[in-house]
Design a protein around this ligand. Structure first.
Ligand code: PLP
Length: 428
């Protein structure tokens, strides 16, 4: 699709320019020419409440009239205080200390720094390695990028990144063996244990994972056995469990946290995206109180951002959490997710090139393959992930795709509309 755009001073990842946005309401976006799109991916899995929610806008307007900025070293602000309290109330027991940031990468960056400073504070300064999964996505700032398992994103910065150990993401659906899914899940969990032993447990600080994969693995859900065993392994070696719930949090998978599906007890949780649902740049790193107290007692948390706890962003966050409750959006994600997934499974039965449909709640994806039996990916040269997304876009449906899966490449497409989606809109 070629578009004529006037010269611009903006630049992004590439030269491609998109249509100018006009207005956005509910699950729909209109471009400046009046063409309507269904926001089938909530942007980048962000706009969970849909666009233009009047209650959130009103809360933001009210806060704007009071103060839009309060500098941390000069003032506390009520929206930050309230949002911290509301966030803590939605976390697992003890995970109640909230550090605000402006996005997902900053939340992960903050988790890395808190984990490390905790180890130092409790006399375990030999621990610094954070094991993550391959593939995975944890953000693009250099700290978060070191944990991200995507070679194309990290390669140019290799010398500037601290190399961190990776274990395979549990892509059990690609394995060809006689094992049950739970047995496969255990096998992937044991790879974490083996990596910890290989690294030397006394050097390992934490393990980080997306409880349900994001764009890196295409809504990958591991078998139940994986989550249980990974948690046991972290406990066995005194390794912190960090859950990157930047995409999965705030109701997207059918619970406020994806961790709740498996009763996970993480030490740190990273939140962003649906947490302010696109109404403001906001994220949070939420830590167990047991980590924060020693750090504060040991010279303080050496970390921070100018916009941390911004009153306007936090006022948006408070209103978003209120709306998630008022509209029972976690339940809606479960109900609408089940219907939408059933539709996708119906398509899979009809079209032999749909190899897999997966996900939880409204964090869904389908994967295209050239052979369903062997799950052989489509040839890379076809660039299907680009062409399909562009074709859908031209027909007014926004999808999200990245070409990665397990050790090999593949074409998966995220189907993640706003959680306010109705049954009629699924049909559309
Ligand atoms: N972590 C996960 C799981 C993500 O999906 C993302 C973004 O896609 C990030 C971290 C980084 O968030 P941001 O782009 O807001 O920095």
């Amino acid at each position: 699709m070629t578009r004529q755009h006037p010269p611009s001073n903006l630049f992004y990842q590439n030269r491609q320019r998109r249509p100018m946005i006009g207005e956005a309401r509910g699950i729909y976006i209109w471009d400046a020419d009046g063409k309507r799109y269904i926001d089938g991916s909530s942007g980048a899995m962000v706009a969970n409440l849909g666009h233009g929610n009047e209650r959130v806008l009103a809360a933001m307007r009210a806060q704007m009239e009071k103060a839009t900025f309060a500098y941390r070293l000069h003032f506390e602000n009520e929206p930050a205080e309230k949002l911290a309290q509301m966030t803590a109330a939605r976390m697992p027991p003890g995970v109640n200390k909230v550090f605000f940031v402006s996005g997902g990468s900053e939340a992960v960056e903050s988790a890395i720094k808190l984990a490390r400073q905790y180890a130092i504070a409790v006399g375990e300064s030999s621990r610094w390695k954070i094991i993550s999964r391959y593939p995975s996505y944890h953000g693009s700032t250099l700290g978060a990028l070191a944990l991200t398992g995507m070679d194309n994103m990290s390669a140019p910065f290799a010398q500037m990144l601290r190399e961190m150990p990776k274990v395979p993401a549990p892509t059990c659906y690609l394995d060809h063996d006689d094992l049950s899914m739970d047995e496969r899940g255990l096998r992937y969990a044991e790879m974490l244990r083996a990596e910890i032993l290989a690294q030397g447990p006394e050097t390992v600080l934490a393990f980080i994972m997306e409880p349900v994969g994001g764009a890196s693995t295409g809504a990958l859900v591991a078998p139940d056995s994986y989550y249980k065993r990974v948690s046991e392994i972290c406990r066995e070696f005194g390794i912190l469990l960090i859950l990157d719930e930047v995409m999965t949090g705030a109701g997207r998978t059918g619970r406020f946290l994806a961790a709740e599906h498996w009763g996970l007890q993480p030490d740190i949780i990273a939140l962003s995206k649906g947490f302010a649902a696109g109404y403001a740049p906001l994220g949070a790193m939420v830590a167990h109180e047991r980590l924060v107290e020693p750090v504060l007692a040991h010279g303080g948390f050496i970390h921070g951002y100018t916009y941390a706890g911004n009153p306007l962003a936090c006022a948006a966050g408070v209103a978003v959490l209120d709306e998630i409750d008022r509209l029972a959006l976690s339940q809606k994600a479960q109900d609408m997710g089940a219907l939408l997934k059933a539709e996708l499974i119906g398509l899979k039965a009809r079209y032999p090139f749909i190899g897999d449909v997966r996900g939880k709640g409204l964090l869904l994806a389908f994967e295209l393959v050239s052979d369903v039996e062997t799950m052989t990916p489509l040839p890379k040269a076809m660039d299907t992930h680009i062409h399909l997304v562009e074709e859908a876009f031209s027909r007014g449906l926004i999808l999200y795709s990245r070409r990665t899966r397990g050790g090999v490449e593949g074409d998966h497409f995220m189907v993640c509309p706003p959680l306010i989606l109705t049954e009629t809109q699924i049909g559309e």
